[in-house]
Write a protein that binds this ligand. Structure first.
Ligand code: INI
Length: 157
């Protein structure tokens, strides 16, 4: 994937989100990274008019649990979009591939099953430095990108 800056966007193209409600599901694994993703996503939503009380945050143990966390929120809360944030860092075993595939398929299934958009804010990197670079580092913040995507997607319905 080309390394575009994840935090760069044209603010003129972003619809007002003042009357929208968002859920954010955050994985606790690699929490230094996912905390930075959450901070980016939240700051970006607030910047575009979302009220603090209209941002619901739910933590889950690992990225694999993002799907269930997002599904539970979709069923329990009246939100316009759900952002999932996680970070999977490649280790020495095939575990990385299974977790990444599981989350990708899970979030895709939710997008088909429910009437709201589920945003894929998952970093899948070879090492911690690549993740830091995309969690507020030289390549911007995947959390910002996820928030902007969520706002744009709520405008589709
Ligand atoms: N979960 C992550 O979010 N990131 C990782 O890098 C990771 N690694 O490396 O194993 C990880 N594993 C836990 C997984 O997401 C589940 O929580 C676990 O398998 C229990 O279902």
């Amino acid at each position: 994937m080309a390394t575009t800056n994840l935090s760069a966007y044209n603010p003129e193209n972003i619809p007002d989100a003042g009357n929208k409600k968002f859920g954010i599901i955050v994985s606790e694994w690699n929490n230094k990274i996912t905390g930075a993703l959450l901070s980016g996503a939240k700051t970006t939503l607030l910047k575009h008019g979302v009220k603090e009380e209209n941002i619901l945050i739910q933590y889950v143990p690992g990225s694999f649990e993002l799907t269930f966390g997002a599904k539970a929120m979709a069923e329990q809360e009246s939100v316009d979009a759900i952002i999932t944030l996680g970070c999977v860092i490649r280790g020495g075993t095939p575990h990385f591939e299974y977790v990444c595939q599981g989350v990708t398929q899970g979030i895709t299934a939710l997008n088909i099953q429910y009437k709201i958009p589920f945003i894929f804010g998952l970093l899948t990197t070879d090492n911690e430095q690549q993740a830091l670079d995309r969690a507020g580092g030289i390549h911007g913040n995947k959390g910002d990108e996820a928030a902007i995507t969520a706002i744009k997607m709520t405008n589709i319905l």
